[in-house]
Design a protein around this ligand. Sequence first.
Ligand code: SAM
Length: 253
Amino acid sequence: MHHFFTDKGSISEEIIRIQGEDRHHAVDVLRVRPGEEILVSDEEGQDYRCEVMEASGEELCLRILERLSDNHELESEVWLFQGLPKSDKMELIIQKATELGAAHIVPVITKNTIIKLDEKKSGQKIRRWQSIAEASAKQSKRSVIPVVHEPMRFSDAVKLAGDFEISVIPYEHEEGIESLCEAIVSFVPGRRIGAFIGPEGGFDRLEVSFAKKQGILPVSLGKRILRTETAAIAILSMIMIRLEIAQNAFKED
Ligand code: SAM
């Protein structure tokens, strides 16, 4: 079933009207036809099972068959603070972070960040990264498209995440796995959860101690040195699986 995102302004009691680029894609590329079912999500993560009514004019008219009670989102708001990596690794990280349920992705400028983004380049990159998040959200049937933020300085990101209920900074010089076990227990529904991943050159020791002072928990991801993209996938997978289990357990109670 094809999946589209729209805003509440295009949704009335029974009808959803899809216009512009999405209409073109649905009608001229996907060639949807009257009677075909389509999944639509609004910006608050409400999912609608719809049926194509009219696909010829300036807009694609859909009839709402069902407002789905469950959606495909994690029940905590997960933020990935990603040290800006080299080349197009960020595209892979954004795609995987979207599949793994992240709600916000913040490119972070750290001491060891190699890539430098001037204002013009940064704008182009953010637009490209946001379109990757949207494509991945459609593919993974997310109910919400993650937000890719403007690049943030490390100190600003730490101050923001320091207010979250639980934030971690995977650090390859962290001894022992106990801190990770402690953090995993805290990945429960109803929270804002932050995860910091360093760029290829890793975090500076002073960055980690600054983060720790703001209440962000250094954790080890094991005895091996993971690539930045692997580390992002690893920590987001742990958060996602822990939340899915906790959400499931809650449902069974
Ligand atoms: N500077 C490191 C080195 O020794 O080569 C490489 C940093 S690693 C490529 C990038 C990021 O992944 C790190 O900053 C950290 O956030 C995370 N990471 C990689 N391996 C890790 C591990 N075993 N434990 C915790 N974090 C890890």
